[in-house]
Design a protein around this ligand. Sequence first.
Ligand code: S3P
Length: 443
Amino acid sequence: MTAVTERWIHAPSPTALPPTLSVICGRDKSLTHRAVMFASLASGFSRIHFPLLGEDCLSTMACFRALGVRIQELRPTTIAVVSEGFKAWRQPNVDLDCGNSGTTARLISGILAGQPGLRCRLIGDESLSQRPMKRVVEPLRRMGAKIEGRDGGNFLPLEIEGVALKACSHQVDKSSAQVKSALLLAGLFAPGVTTVSLPAGSRDHTERFLERMGAKLERSYQDDLETVRVEGPFEPLAGEFYIPVDPSSAAFFAVYGLLRSGGAIQIPHVLDNPTRLGFLRILERMSPALDTTSEADRRFVEPVMRIQARGGSVLRAADIVAREVPTLVDEIPILAVAAAFAEGRSRFSGLEELRIKESDRLAKTAELLRLAGAGVSVDGDDLIIEGGLKKVRAFTYDSLGDHRLAMAAAILARFGEKPSCILNSECVRVSFPDFYEVLDSVS
Ligand code: S3P
């Protein structure tokens, strides 16, 4: 068993806050996963600039290395991916270890299901081994995929025997980018049109990558439903991929900036994609002290912007409705921290997907706020936060290895008079390896 890591978080020592402080946050996890996947599928030499080298993305890289793709560091900020294309992938002689990463396990399932001649076994850590895989396994089976696993294929380990897939039409009942992406990726190997219809709002990076590479992809929207069609077969192209800063990482420092007593925090090069920025819309409802400015840098795989959050103003409570959740699904813990300090009661509705993230994030977010002395309750899958927190009680909080909870707890602890302790604190390596160093650098 691995030892439990712990970290004490203190309030910063009182100093005059600099008028504006630029904070360098980690690069985007979802985009790094996809850049590695598309570069590995392509035949040729690709470079990924500013990849996130967090544990989740390293798991994705390790899986493709096991399939024979060469992935090397060229410079500390650039990796090279050299592949002869998916048709040249070799049979791995090890299990493909997805670690803690749901994105790796679910997207790779879609890719491997369509590789005749390969037989792969996907494994993961304790948390990932308890997360449902049926949401991708069942629709993939309708395309002819041969996937076996624990509990009828609902849990890792999964055995995937690659076959020639058939294109088909899927109706998905969850707004999940992981499910949508797994099916679109599988569709690349199935001759004909694969259609995925699902509740709108989930991140659209897979679609954007495919559009950029010239795949025949169509999207349409009707009421709250989105439909994506992709035509297979399609071979992705090697290229240069510049990765922006992860809005899900920036969110911690945007909230920190708003909660401070003064000064401003600026975060440059943040991915500017509406399917990822629901948290900004909520913070804008809570405070007038948040600004964004588009940046003209066109190198990145998607547009980028600068976020600025000024401290010293009073936050107002804000509700989140179920339809908004897909656009801020990873930011609920840090938005809940903001709501704890706001004036009035906030209700975050329709959070059932949080129950099956790296932990039961809904219950664990409520636990964190309760430990710190905030008024909070859970009503079904809704989180109700009373607001008005003035004094953060010192706490000891077990993140259970869930990175987003550890980081939300650390931001909250910075406003306590006495230090607080985070157990299983080092899980931040999954998505933001130098999070604590960055936090220490900000007073
Ligand atoms: C992700 C999609 C989201 C998100 C996860 C990354 C992706 O999951 O929570 O951190 O990169 O596609 P769901 O699509 O399951 O909601």
